[in-house]
Design a protein around this ligand. Sequence first.
Ligand code: SAM
Length: 307
Amino acid sequence: MKDKCNREIKHIRFSITSKCNYNCIYCDQEGFIPNTSELTVDEITKLCKILAEILNVTRIKLTGGEPLCREEIIQIIRNIANLHLYKDISLTTNGFQLYEKAEELFTAGLNRINVSLSSLKPEVYNKVYGSDSLDTVLKGLQKAKEVGFNPIKLNFVIMKGINDDELETMYEFCRKNGFILQLIELHEVSEAVGVNGDFYRTHYYDIKPIVEELESRAEKIIIRGSMQNRKVFVLPNSTIIETITPSHEFCMGCTKLRVGCDGNLFGCLYRSDLGRNIKEALRDHHSLSKYEQIVKQVVDSREPYYK
Ligand code: SAM
């Protein structure tokens, strides 16, 4: 299914809970919905099946809040895997519970993980995440590697005056461990969330010069056309760095449909207000064509946030 800008929906980003055990300094509160009830495990499974059937998508990313804070996370992954409709099931996590859960997650059918890691310095980590748990996360990453997750991507949000001196250290850490670095430009949080303008203005770091430098260093550059036109740089020592910059180009390459933990379907992190909630319809056992109408309405409402 394509939207009015001819962008086909190719994957689902599903927030399964708004609970989180961290208090990240930059948080865009993706998935945070006050005073709502979360979809049940059965509803999540049913919705994943419906979306795969209507949209022919084969890729899904579970997020939150913190998805590992959802008690039934293993069951959710097992159910999605057992649909045999998704070839790529991934999850983004702060990594705090990864050490204890990595093996079960992998066995349940999770294919890939992204782990938030914006510093390798304990004091900076603590400041960014409001949690004194860098070592716990590093242990979790090693465990995830041991159990077989591959690739493992690290989400590094670059912030002026906080962690902008750590890039080379991160490149080396990723090279040594075979991780892929996702270098993410800080974005302002949406008006719906309504916080953090000052933080953004003080710590926003324009990654253009870094991208130019990577262009000159890279052995190979790939553009992920169906993934917000992200650039992927392969350095001569095999380090892989992916850059993520919100922009018009980024929006034009966006092929995601988002699902909030309460069943709100929406097309853009910044425009959850354009969404439609599918929870009631899920409870009423409609035909696929009824669900298709709802999905189509949401897809039709998609428009690039950066014009
Ligand atoms: N708790 C999980 C985690 O830490 O990955 C999942 C949710 S978190 C909102 C997902 C990702 O959003 C984080 O890894 C971080 O990279 C990104 N993120 C959140 N707020 C951001 C902001 N203001 N600017 C850039 N990236 C942000």
